[in-house]
Design a protein around this ligand. Structure first.
Ligand code: FES
Length: 232
């Protein structure tokens, strides 16, 4: 016989619900009757759609997490922040220069960072958000792009920043600038794209298009996953 889970009280937007212990916030909210239309995407900790803030009765400290990854705890007062109305600059990447000046021009609020570290403390991905903001402030776009690489844009950093900076949009700009202007170009990709355009693989591709799914699976499973340099 499956043992019934203990029910614990939680408070969703101030209303009390009894939910089974051990559920994630997301599942507990569904158990309580909420239906997700926004604020839920991948359910696996990747899309950043389910940022949530919570606090425990008697504790002043506001905490945060992803609803799909954080388990409910007795007497948790919570609300989800499915969308944060953050500033996002309009730009055409082709017209930008990969410099600190570009970052400051598009996001002048960057200069208001007071290094309070709130953004790092709130990040559910454990990213050193303040460090990448400092890198951005110094115009070190590569470091800002590297440190922010795992950002899932949940918006919790911006929601808590006392200087009203939009860390995740600045980080996105850094990664775009880094990707477009600073990463070394993959010559083998360029060569292969040119070969495809010249028709080198037309026959092979046409045969693949005519193949049935079983043959495609077989060929896929037999493929060279990391071909040696000499076989490329
Ligand atoms: S639903 Fe995608 S991160 Fe939680």
């Amino acid at each position: 016989m499956v043992e019934a889970k203990k029910l614990i009280p939680i408070y969703i937007t101030g209303k009390k619900y009894l939910v089974p212990n051990g559920l994630t916030i997301m599942k507990a909210m569904e158990y309580a009757g909420y239906r997700y239309i926004r604020g839920c995407g991948c359910r696996g900790g990747f899309c950043g759609g389910c940022g949530t803030v919570y606090r425990f009765k008697g504790d002043y400290k506001l905490q945060s997490g992803l609803a799909c990854q954080t388990k409910v705890v007795e007497n948790m007062y919570l609300v989800q922040i499915p969308f944060f109305p953050a500033n996002k600059a309009d730009y055409n990447l082709d017209e930008l220069k990969p410099t600190g000046g570009t970052l400051l021009k598009l996001y002048p609020e960057l200069a208001r960072c007071v290094s309070c570290n709130t953004c790092t403390k709130v990040c559910p991905q454990d990213i050193e958000v303040m460090d990448y903001m400092q890198a951005a402030l110094k115009g070190d776009i590569k470091s800002a792009a590297d440190i922010s690489f795992d950002c899932i844009m949940c918006g919790l950093c911006a929601a808590r920043c006392p200087a009203e900076i939009v860390q995740y949009n600045i980080a996105l700009l850094c990664r775009r600038l880094y990707g477009k202007y600073m990463t070394p170009k993959a010559e083998h990709v360029r060569t292969r794209a040119a070969e495809i355009s010249e028709g080198k693989f037309d026959k092979e591709l046409s045969n693949l298009m005519k193949s049935d799914v079983h043959l495609l699976r077989k060929l896929y499973n037999k493929r060279d996953i990391e071909p040696e340099e000499s076989k490329r």
